[in-house]
Design a protein. Structure first.
Length: 89
C-alpha cells in the first residue's frame, strides 16, 4: 500500500505601500497626553495606548499604526499639532 501526501504551498501576501506611523520619545509630553492622543487620533483602546506609550518611553520610539501613506499622513499631522514628535516611515 502506498501513501501519497499532498504538499501545500503557502504564499505570503506582500503588503504594498505599507508604512508605519512612528512616535518618538521626548522630555516634554506626559504619559497621559500621549495616551489620550493615541486613543483619539489612532483609535487605540486604553491598554494599547498605554503599551505603546511605555515602548516610546523605554525604546525611544514606537510604530503605533500601520497603513498606507494616505491613511497615516492625516494622523501624523494631528499628532504633530499636539506637540508630539511623529513621522510616517
Amino acid at each position: 500500500m502506498s501513501y501519497q501526501t499532498e504538499e501545500t504551498v503557502l504564499t505570503e501576501e506582500i503588503l504594498v505601500d505599507q508604512y508605519d506611523l512612528v512616535i518618538y520619545n521626548d522630555d516634554y509630553n506626559t504619559f497621559q497626553h500621549v495616551i489620550e492622543t493615541l486613543m483619539e487620533v489612532c483609535k487605540h483602546d486604553q491598554l494599547q495606548a498605554e503599551q505603546c506609550t511605555l515602548l516610546i518611553h523605554y525604546k525611544g520610539k514606537c510604530g503605533v499604526k500601520r497603513g498606507t501613506a494616505q491613511e497615516l499622513k492625516p494622523m501624523c499631522e494631528a499628532i504633530l499639532t499636539r506637540g508630539i514628535s511623529a513621522k510616517v516611515e
